[in-house]
Design a protein around this ligand. Structure first.
Ligand code: AMP
Ligand code: MG
Length: 521
């Protein structure tokens, strides 16, 4: 099959050593960063949705998108010329413990596409069948989790949060059996394949695996490829280059996690195999969006006991993960000082970002020391009052310091009782906030503009995704498409789209898929 306009340059497999054996036989793979493996064809690949912006960026024209080959290629039944499928080898710390070799158990990369604008995009199918890294599992993905990954990748992009992207969502026409809550109730569910795209899918765990095996040669090759391909701007030479690279990874991770805290995103499974070396949000699994503000909340039922990956601890977990990466990289350094310096960069950048976000979210020209306390007090009220995080910040945008009125926050409450309980504290806080605003150089319009750019109105609330999923499972994709459309402009008020800015309805409070998600996907 020939598709003239698409150019592939598969540097990952060209520059790094591969596995001698090909095919999906499950095995330990040593001394190699990848294994050649073909996607397993599916019964009836059907295109359900695609991202128009990403298609344009990748240089995929309308004819290609509408061709019969498109769902076949992105469902795993055919290849465009230049594609050379592989699964990547990596390890990881899962829930604090070293887990050894993990690898792409159901993701298969097709190639690195060179886009017309000069950018490089690794295209990767998720749910494309078994690989050497599948262990006991089937290599497939269900429609519900594929919709969640597809929508959230694009939603994050439009929110301005670094993320892997999603090009397409293809139904396989096959069913996949999953025991959603690991409680002995397996069910057949529709299967799907998402094509994700990113300049690199390297993870912290990609470096940890060779390090754990004492394979410094492969470790160095991986770092060199990552720098040359993904960080070409690094000008330093020798060890300084490695030091600056690590520091930039730390910096990007700090920026990433600050964004998550700003928009109310909980990743859910921040294992080191799920942290991107580029500081992208990667591996959308049992993630969730904070409804009522609660730093202890996690959507992941698999983590319900320890709550290791709850909302409020994400910055600390990111830092811990970076310490694991630093440990893995230590054989490349003569002494630990540059690695400590990198970790310090995380702390510094994160602290700075936090202050910038406080200013932006509260609509202040700049964050003063006392504003840190002001924000902490506000968040405490959100928590005590069980207030919706997204709607509370958007409500605060409407606050007028000359005429303080608590009614601007009415929409954000889930219960009257909690509202009443928190009202005195809220009144007092609003007085303080009004005084602070009167002492700020921004005028009302400037302040609202600043707040609107930092506080999204439309996020992929868990119950919204669930509604679209249930519709899609009945064969109606309109919900997925509408959400994709609304989430393209998350900061702009969209008339007639009130439903998508609404707080969690009562039916969704304790429902599977909304407040409870497992890793089963
Ligand atoms: P996760 O925590 O979802 O990022 O996955 C951890 C590991 O399990 C990775 O190596 C995945 O590739 C693998 N994995 C998850 N689900 C499947 C599946 N259905 N088939 C094969 N491997 C899987
Ligand atoms: Mg993963």
């Amino acid at each position: 099959m020939s598709t003239e306009p698409l150019r592939f340059d598969n540097r990952f497999i060209r520059d790094l050593p591969g596995d001698d054996e090909t095919g999906p036989r499950v095995r330990e793979v040593r001394g190699a960063a990848w294994s050649a493996v073909m996607p397993t064809p599916v019964a009836a690949p059907t295109l359900l949705a695609y991202s128009p912006e990403l298609a344009v960026q990748l240089g995929l024209d309308q004819d290609l998108l509408e061709s019969a080959d498109f769902p076949r290629v992105f469902g795993g039944n055919a290849l465009y010329e230049g594609m050379q499928p592989w699964a990547a080898n990596y390890g990881g710390h899962q829930f604090g413990h070293w887990a050894g070799q993990l690898g792409d158990g159901r993701a298969i990369s097709l190639g690195e596409l060179l886009a017309p604008d000069g950018t490089r995009w690794e295209l990767q199918l998720k749910g494309a069948g078994r690989t050497p890294y599948s262990r006991g599992a089937d290599g497939r993905a269900v429609l519900r989790s594929s919709i969640r990954e597809f929508l959230c990748s694009e939603a994050m992009h439009h929110l301005g949060v670094p993320t892997t992207r999603a090009l397409s969502l293809v139904a396989t026409g096959e069913s996949v059996v999953r025991d959603m809550f690991y409680d002995g109730h397996p069910e057949a569910e529709p299967g799907a394949v998402v094509c994700r795209a990113a300049p690199s899918f390297l993870r912290f765990g990609s470096f940890e695996l060779p390090a754990s095996r004492g394979d410094v040669v492969l470790l160095r090759q991986l770092v060199d490829l990552c720098i040359a391909r993904d960080f070409p701007e690094l000008a330093q030479a020798g060890n300084e280059r490695y030091a600056e690279w690590f520091a930039q990874v730390c910096e990007r991770t700090a920026v990433l996690v600050a964004h998550w805290m700003r928009v109310g995103f909980v990743h859910g499974v921040m294992n080191t195999d799920n942290l991107s070396i580029l500081g992208l949000t990667i591996d959308y699994g049992p993630y969730g969006w904070v409804d009522d503000y609660d730093p202890d909340w996690t959507p992941n039922t698999t983590d319900a006991q320890g709550r290791r990956y709850r909302f409020g601890t994400q910055p600390q977990v990111a830092y811990w993960n970076l310490t694991r990466l630093a440990q893995a990289l230590s054989p490349l350094f003569d002494d630990a000082a540059p690695l400590h310096a990198g970790l310090a960069r995380f702390q510094a950048v994160h602290a700075q970002r936090e202050r910038e976000d406080i200013a932006a979210k509260l609509g202040l020209a700049q964050c003063r020391d006392e504003d840190v306390e002001l924000m902490a007090a506000w968040l405490q009220i959100l928590h005590d009052g069980e207030m919706d995080m997204t709607l509370a910040f958007r409500g605060l945008m409407q606050f007028v310091p000359q005429a303080p009125d608590v009614a601007v926050l009415d929409e954000a409450f889930y219960s009257e009782a909690r509202r009443n309980a928190v009202l005195p504290a809220l009144h007092a806080w609003l007085q303080q906030y009004a005084a602070r605003l009167r002492d700020d150089p921004l005028d009302g319009a400037e302040r609202r503009q600043r707040m609107a750019a930092a506080n999204p109105l439309y996020v992929l609330r868990n119950w919204l995704a669930q509604e679209a999923i249930e519709q899609a499972e009945r064969g109606d994709l309109s919900g997925v498409r509408t959400l994709l459309e609304v989430l393209r402009r998350p900061y702009d008020m969209q008339p007639g789209r009130g439903h998508y800015a609404g707080k969690r309805p009562e039916w969704a409070r304790d429902k599977a898929g909304c407040s409870m998600l497992s890793c089963s996907s």
